[in-house]
Ligand binder design. Structure first.
Ligand SMILES: Cc1ncc(C[n+]2csc(CCOP(=O)(O)OP(=O)(O)O)c2C)c(N)n1
Ligand SMILES: CC(=O)[C@@H](O)[C@H](O)COP(=O)(O)O
Ligand SMILES: [Mg+2]
Length: 617
């Protein structure tokens, strides 16, 4: 197999053209087989096999640098840099990450996971090279979806000042996770159909530029003329107007065509953008037909493309159902997503109420301020967003939503540990960054019914409010405990005289199991569903302090600034002299792996918590 040969020699440049052709087929087959077993990001990786191979033929690793935007398309790069065998443990605890990691390989030059950072990072590497008189190539690979994110424009705006080579590859597959949206996407659609521009530049420019002074002048003259021709042929050549040379479009499945343009691009003294056209899911029929479903997939049957297991209803499903119902009842309800309509469960709302649905692109900062103004204008906005991506909107929440006390609902999905995406995606900081914001209310449901009740409560509430719920299956236990939601009030589930378990959201289910284990040891616990992280039920706690010798606070968030820290501080201030145990995540990032395995490693599973309680008692 050519794939095995390349693992040993580690250099694609030694292959014959025939072997190159075999290799791209072998890589596709390998990706489909591995991801069908373990899950992962399939469609984007299938679409970038040839692009990555062309980049490996063009660049020298680890000397040259590639920054992969988001990094979910970096699997072929991992294969070509000696990590093929690590795919047996892809995204598993202790195994290889699904994203680029500097700690994993010297050929990974910058860690990614969140979108639209690659041009900033590439530009930083290019400047570091120049300032230290070094000599290597820097390439940022950014998708058309990632190009909807504001950081990409901030970086391009800044890049124009660089007078040395820096290559930006725009990998345009006309898709974000779902359909790409917005004005830039429309602009790219126009560019996609233009074929002659690269031919006009090729050869002419690089040979002319080698002639000192006069050559440069001629090139600059040609540039001006061509620029005006382009303005006629291709409306709004936004990149060139910003000072970034545009080359393309080029077929992203034709390795030799790409190589030619990359060579050309490397002659440019300044930032240059190469527009590469690819097909998401290329080479695997189910992924070509359903690129969104195969963007990130669970294990599936290769023959049919159907997932191997169908889990129970998720929290996202519950959110989706309630939003659709509430959309019927409240014609001021509007839903916002930052390119995550599928993941956040807003597809049904979109279908039912297209005029009240907004996909703003990968633009969380904009989404928050946009929601604030919708609220100021009298609408009832719900921004559905993953916990880790909402980190992008910190200042907008503080400055635009909370300072004006505007009624925006933050429906925070993927709160807590998310599993195989790892440290960039774990939603373990939101309780810390939300609870410190004046005017913000923060809730977390214990099960699927409570998510429904809390969402309805939040939509009716007249100030900033957030509810956080985890990735995956919704807990369907404790159905009998469904007292109405009362502002700032907790819910008592069981009563025991020894210790109090004050649990938030997903940790109520875990605390239930802890209660069972403690009972076996003869320890009677009171179990309380906190419901509100802010304001938490201070009156209940004051009363409970007098009845329990230990209070255990449980959350799926980092300890610093989190729920436990606030509650513990209150208890001490009130003069509680019993033991306080805060169950939370330590001051470190949490890597990828199965959620149950991670919880165990972190000591926040039922066994670990019971052990810590018994040690303290
Ligand atoms: C800040 C942020 N928001 C949302 C996401 C989720 N996300 C991951 S990939 C992706 C789509 C990216 O589209 P594109 O860059 O075109 O790459 P493609 O998937 O088409 O290969 C989105 C929205 C993210 N990683 N980071
Ligand atoms: C790369 C990325 O950011 C998304 O594709 C993310 O992996 C989706 O995560 P979920 O599987 O939780 O929807
Ligand atoms: Mg895309």
């Amino acid at each position: 197999m050519v794939l095995d040969k390349i693992q040993k020699e580690n250099d694609i440049k030694n292959l014959t053209p025939a072997e190159i052709d075999v290799l791209r087929q072998e890589i596709r087959t390998f990706l489909i087989e591995k991801i069908s077993e373990l899950g992962g990001h399939l469609a984007s990786n299938l679409g970038t096999v040839e692009l990555t191979m062309a980049l490996h033929l063009f660049l020298d690793f680890p000397k040259d640098k590639i920054v992969w935007d988001v990094g979910h398309q970096s699997y072929t790069h991992k294969i070509l840099t000696g990590r093929k065998d690590d795919f047996d443990h892809l995204r598993q605890y202790g195994g290889m990450s699904g994203f680029p990691k500097r700690t994993e390989s010297p050929c990974d030059s910058f860690d990614t996971g969140h979108s639209s950072t690659s041009i900033s990072a590439g530009l930083g590497l290019a400047w570091a090279r120049e300032l230290q008189n070094e000599d290597y190539k820097v390439v940022s690979v950014i998708g058309d979806g990632a190009l909807t994110g504001g950081m990409a424009y901030e970086a391009m705006n800044n890049a124009a000042a660089l007078k040395k080579n820096f290559i930006i590859i725009l990998n345009d597959n006309n898709m974000s996770i779902s359909e790409n949206v917005g004005g830039m996407s429309r602009h790219l659609s126009k560019l996609r159909t233009s074929t002659n521009y690269v031919e006009l530049k090729e050869g002419v420019q690089s040979s002319l530029e080698k002639i000192p002074v006069y050559g440069e002048r001629i090139v600059s003259g040609i540039r001006k003329t061509k620029s005006s021709i382009k303005q006629m042929v291709i409306p709004g050549m936004i990149f060139e107007d910003m000072g970034i040379m545009y080359l393309g479009p080029v077929d992203g499945h034709d390795i030799s065509a790409m190589l030619k343009v990359f060579q050309e691009a490397s002659q440019v003294q300044g930032p240059v953008l190469v527009h590469v056209l690819t097909k998401k899911g290329y080479g695997y029929r189910p992924a070509e037909r359903h690129p969104s479903r195969f963007h990130g997939t669970a294990p599936f049957d290769i023959e049919t493309g159907i997932p191997l297991s169908h889990g129970k209803a998720t929290y996202t499903d519950v959110f989706s159902t309630v939003m659709r119902k509430m959309g019927d009842r409240d014609d001021k309800l509007v839903a916002i997503t930052a390119a995550m309509a599928d993941g956040c469960g807003l597809k049904r709302f979109h279908n039912m109420f297209p005029d009240r649905f907004f996909d703003v692109g990968i633009a969380e900062e904009h989404a928050v301020t946009f929601a604030a103004a919708l609220a100021a204008g009298g609408m009832h906005p719900v921004f559905a967003v993953y916990s880790s991506f909402l980190q992008r909107g910190y200042d907008q929440m503080l400055h635009d939503v909370c300072m004006q006390n505007l009624p925006v609902v933050f429906a925070i999905d993927r709160a807590g540990l998310v599993g195989s995406d790892g440290e960039t995606h774990q939603g373990v900081f939101d309780l810390s960054y939300l609870t410190e914001m004046p005017n913000m209310t923060v809730m977390a449901p214990k099960n699927k019914w409570e998510l429904s009740d809390m969402l309805k409560y939040a939509i009716a509430y007249d100030a900033p409010i957030a509810l956080r719920y985890p990735r995956g299956e919704a807990y369907d236990g404790l159905q009998e405990h469904r007292q109405p939601i009362v502002y700032g009030k907790c819910e008592e589930i069981t009563v025991g005289q020894d210790i109090l378990l004050f649990a938030l959201g997903s940790m109520v289910k875990t605390a239930e199991a802890v209660c069972g284990q403690l009972k076996e040891k003869g320890i009677e616990a009171t179990l309380v569903n906190a419901r509100f992280a802010k304001p938490f039920d201070a009156a209940y706690l004051k009363e409970a302090m007098t009845k329990h010798s230990m209070i255990v606070i449980l959350e799926e968030n980092v300890a610093l600034g989190g729920f436990g820290e606030h509650v513990a501080c209150f208890l001490r201030r009130e003069g509680y002299e019993g033991q306080i145990l805060s169950i939370a995540i330590g001051d470190h990032f949490v890597e990828h792996g199965n959620v149950a395995v991670l919880q165990k490693e972190l000591g926040i599973d039922a066994d670990g918590i019971t052990r810590q309680i018994l040690e303290k008692l």
